[in-house]
Ligand binder design. Structure first.
Ligand SMILES: O=C(O)CCC(=O)C(=O)O
Length: 210
């Protein structure tokens, strides 16, 4: 359990049932080279309660990674649910079911794994990268991300160079990166000097995509 006080993000959200909404209102933006993103603002209702449950139920852990000759701390806490693992809240099963129903005809397969990140404050971040470990190095795929808690910027830029796009992901928002996005674009959640509260990101990925 993470030592963190429960935060109230939205006064309107206090008694709302935790439930992903319909994906009928999802909006697609086409990027270059066959990449696209879908956005659905406020997709997860009851986001306050879901944030609180995940913050306290998930066994968050810190990781270290080798960077050239140094071992560095990963600047966020993590937890990974492989395809046979029980997800930490039934709302995530509901979310996966809806995502599968909406995207499987286009994706050709279901989402299988859930990676969770906890950004404790503005010092936590993820550097520029594409999810290119596995099949996504060579094939089109999708990564669906639900954002809970403090709004943070998700930046996207073409690998070949070009202007970065900025999406401020808010409490309960859904973004899906699809097509060639993991191969031809990179994404990042940069550090911020602004005083921001914690954020949880839930990423659903198909089998063999990391
Ligand atoms: O925090 C996010 O929404 C993005 C996370 C991410 O890019 C990753 O874990 O690979």
């Amino acid at each position: 359990m993470v030592a963190m006080t429960a935060l109230q993000f939205s006064l309107l959200d206090v008694d709302t049932e935790i439930k992903p909404q319909s994906l009928d209102l999802v909006r697609r933006s086409r990027l270059s080279d066959g990449a696209w993103i879908d956005l659905c603002r406020g997709w997860m209702s009851g986001a306050d309660e879901l944030f609180d449950r995940l913050a306290h139920r998930v066994s968050w852990h810190a990781e270290q990674r080798q960077m050239y000759e140094r071992v560095v701390s990963v600047p966020r806490l993590l937890s990974f649910y492989d395809e046979q693992d029980v997800l930490p809240d039934p709302a995530l099963d509901d979310a996966k079911r809806l995502l599968d129903a909406h995207y499987a005809p286009e994706l050709g397969e279901p989402f299988r794994t859930a990676g969770l990140c906890l950004y404790r404050d503005g010092r936590d971040s993820v550097a520029w990268h594409g999810d290119t470990i596995g099949r996504s190095r060579t094939e089109d795929t999708m990564v669906a991300i639900i954002s809970l808690g403090a709004p943070r910027a998700l930046l996207l830029r073409p690998r070949g160079g070009g202007r970065a796009l900025r999406h401020n992901l808010g409490h309960g928002d859904l973004i899906v990166m699809g097509g060639s996005c993991q191969r031809t674009w990179e994404h990042a959640v940069p550090k911020t000097a602004r005083p921001v509260g914690p954020r949880i990101s839930i990423q659903f990925r198909p089998r063999g995509v990391r």
